[in-house]
Design a protein around this ligand. Structure first.
Ligand SMILES: CSCCC(=O)C(=O)COP(=O)(O)O
Ligand SMILES: [Mg+2]
Length: 231
């Protein structure tokens, strides 16, 4: 029986277009000014720049070079933890200034609430930083959804296509894999989760459904509930 649900964000609770057409461009537009302003005195920014230099090989003292690396990573949708941490800090400003609300599909909000009220434990696992996850659900178009979540995981546990990341999450939660359902729109992430025993459901919100697939597929969270959570 499913007792825990772990959900992805982009393409699962929230639209891909919101992430790619609103969040990423906002971070790209404000990144350089934010770093130039804070790179001397903000320890959180300094720490991420250390990591960007380490990963990219760019000289740590070349702040403009590091900004260029980060801008390129945004354009390539790289899931680098340092970039994701900086994006979270930038988006915090955006949400607070009212530049956007976090997009969450109404069906996702409805069933997150319903599953929480039924006693299921809900978690997020996204490449977005934990800060960014709390922001999208805290400032969501469907209201503050953070009370429904018991915890958040980001790439600090590892990449989403790595089986070891799901093993690490299971270790932290202390639950049997067969009691956990992972929701995502990316097949490689579902495969990694399945390889350590998690149940999965493939969210395909738009476009054609696959002809044959070994796993349950759902258009929205109502279908997830109907296919996997009805007893
Ligand atoms: C927390 S919203 C921004 C999501 C993000 O930065 C991203 O790269 C999408 O990752 P996901 O694992 O949710 O597909
Ligand atoms: Mg996704």
């Amino acid at each position: 029986m499913i007792r825990v649900i772990i959900t992805d964000i982009e393409g699962t609770t929230s639209s891909i277009s919101f992430v790619h057409e609103v969040l990423f461009p906002y971070a790209r537009e404000h990144l350089a000014g934010f770093i130039r302003e804070r790179e001397q005195e903000d320890p959180a920014v300094r720490e991420q720049l250390d990591e960007v230099a380490g990963v990219s090989g760019c000289d740590r003292d070349d702040v403009e070079g590091l900004i260029q690396v980060l801008e390129q990573w945004i354009d390539e949708d790289r899931k680098e933890t340092a970039l994701k941490t900086l994006q979270g800090l930038l988006w915090e400003q955006g949400y607070q200034r009212g530049a956007f609300d976090g997009h969450v599909y109404p069906d996702a909000a409805e069933y997150l609430r319903f599953w929480h009220d039924r006693g299921l434990r809900l978690y997020v696992y996204s490449s977005g930083s934990v800060k960014a996850q709390k922001l999208i659900f805290g400032f969501s178009s469907e209201g503050d959804l953070t009370p429904y979540f018991s915890g958040y995981f980001d790439t600090n546990v590892g990449g989403k296509k790595e089986p070891s990341s799901y093993q690490a999450i299971l270790g932290e939660l202390g639950v049997e894999p067969s009691t956990v359902l992972f929701l995502s729109d990316v097949e490689d992430e579902l495969r990694a989760a399945e390889s350590v025993g998690l149940k999965t459901c493939w969210l395909i919100r738009d476009g054609d459904l696959p002809g044959t697939t070994s796993r349950p597929v759902a258009r929205d969270f109502r279908e997830v509930d109907a296919k996997l959570l009805k007893r």
